[in-house]
Design a protein around this ligand. Structure first.
Ligand code: SF4
Ligand code: SF4
Length: 361
């Protein structure tokens, strides 16, 4: 398999200490040994040794959420996300993607989103149109909010409106490239999509990024891909925390006691843990999940639910159970995709709120 020397070395460098075993949200949800990081590496190693064909491990390669939980705890500094993404790229170049991934990829290339959607819901179209005038500040909503959870996109807009921010939203917002990075890694198509987005974003002074997945792409992955951005990129939570500090939002305490579900893209990748907490503490009493901040356990997303719906439902259910086990009754999330996954679980023990829900009441 075509793979960097570094990735090959990581595939073969595990010490079998199993410290990463219990923190994999997918492995915990499926209960299968094969879903864990180490088992994935063994599969890749067998392909590299021509013992099994690539197609035999491809479903397993797309089971990984690339959440980085295993990377965070690995004692050898081993990086399963790196070699998983390199394997995806290799499969794409060889034309060996599973058909369900090929469909998502084709959608991304044709429509800019993996869901193949071309129209926004009516209410969101109107909300975006209200802010079509060019300003210095762009609110970048992202494909999950725009096409799959448009109520939350509208609320994200409403929060900035209530703070009196003069900002722009784009009817034809470009894709950040985050979905392509997940599906096929560092392919030319991914870099081209990022470069096209950068051209649009750089016509603004500040870009406020609603979805942590896009924030990770713009603030971290673009640098890795060599895509330059000269605008200031700010996460939505950092921006809203500053609005509160500056007295632009008048918080009302909801009387709720809540826990915060750290999105791994904010906490592990971007090192942002306190800004969402500063927001929440203005509206509620904040408790903590046992695994919080950079130890967070991912709670699912919309993209993987397209091809692993039952597994993603179980991932979210288990995270809700973590909250229930410490006596929490309300969970607040800053990720629109985790919000969707958590709200899709049929249960009545934990109330799931977004940061915007908390602010808007
Ligand atoms: S990146 Fe996340 S989903 Fe993938 S193997 Fe590691 S812990 Fe599991
Ligand atoms: S933590 Fe690292 S060394 Fe230990 S089992 Fe997991 S991958 Fe192997």
């Amino acid at each position: 398999m075509v793979m960097s020397d570094k990735a090959k070395q990581h595939v073969d460098s595990c010490r079998f200490c199993w410290m990463c075993h219990h923190i994999c949200p997918i492995g915990n949800a499926t209960g299968h040994e094969r879903s864990t990081a180490r088992a994935r590496a063994l599969g890749i190693s067998l392909v590299n040794r021509n013992t099994i064909p690539l197609k035999e491990i491809m479903d397993n390669i797309y089971e990984c959420a690339t959440c980085g939980g295993c990377v965070h705890v690995c004692v050898t500094g081993w990086d399963p996300v790196m070699f998983t993404k390199e394997t995806r790229l290799h499969a794409a170049l060889e034309g060996k993607l599973p058909s369900y991934i090929q469909t998502l990829l084709d959608n991304c290339l044709e429509t800019g989103n993996a869901y193949g959607k071309t129209a926004l819901c009516d209410g969101l179209t109107a909300a975006i149109k209200k802010h079509e005038k060019k300003t210095d500040t762009l609110l970048f909503l992202g494909v999950d909010a725009r096409y799959m959870v448009c109520e939350q996109a509208k609320k994200a807009i409403e929060v900035l409106e209530s703070a009196g921010v003069d900002f722009t939203t784009l009817a034809d917002e470009p894709a950040s490239g985050a979905q392509l990075d997940f599906l096929i890694g560092a392919a030319n198509e991914t870099k081209e999509q990022m470069t096209a987005a950068a051209k649009v974003l750089d016509t603004f002074k500040t870009v406020v990024v609603y979805d942590p997945n896009d924030a990770k792409a713009l603030k971290q992955l673009y640098k890795e891909y060599g895509v330059e951005l000269s605008c200031e990129v700010v996460t939505y939570t950092t921006y809203v925390a500053k609005l509160l500090k500056d007295g632009k939002l008048q918080p009302k305490n909801t009387g709720k006691t809540v826990v915060f579900q750290d999105p791994y893209q904010l906490s592990r990748d971007l090192g942002e843990t306190e800004e969402p907490r500063e927001i929440i503490e203005n509206y509620a009493v904040l408790g903590e999940m046992l695994l919080n901040r950079d130890e967070t356990i991912w709670a699912g997303n919309i993209l993987m639910a397209q091809y692993l719906p039952e597994v993603i439902d179980e991932v979210a259910r288990r995270r809700l159970f973590n909250a229930e086990s410490i006596g929490a009754t309300t969970m607040v999330t800053a990720s629109v995709s985790e919000y969707w996954a958590l709200r899709h679980v049929k249960q009545d023990k934990i109330e799931v709120l977004s940061i915007e829900d908390l602010i808007l009441g």
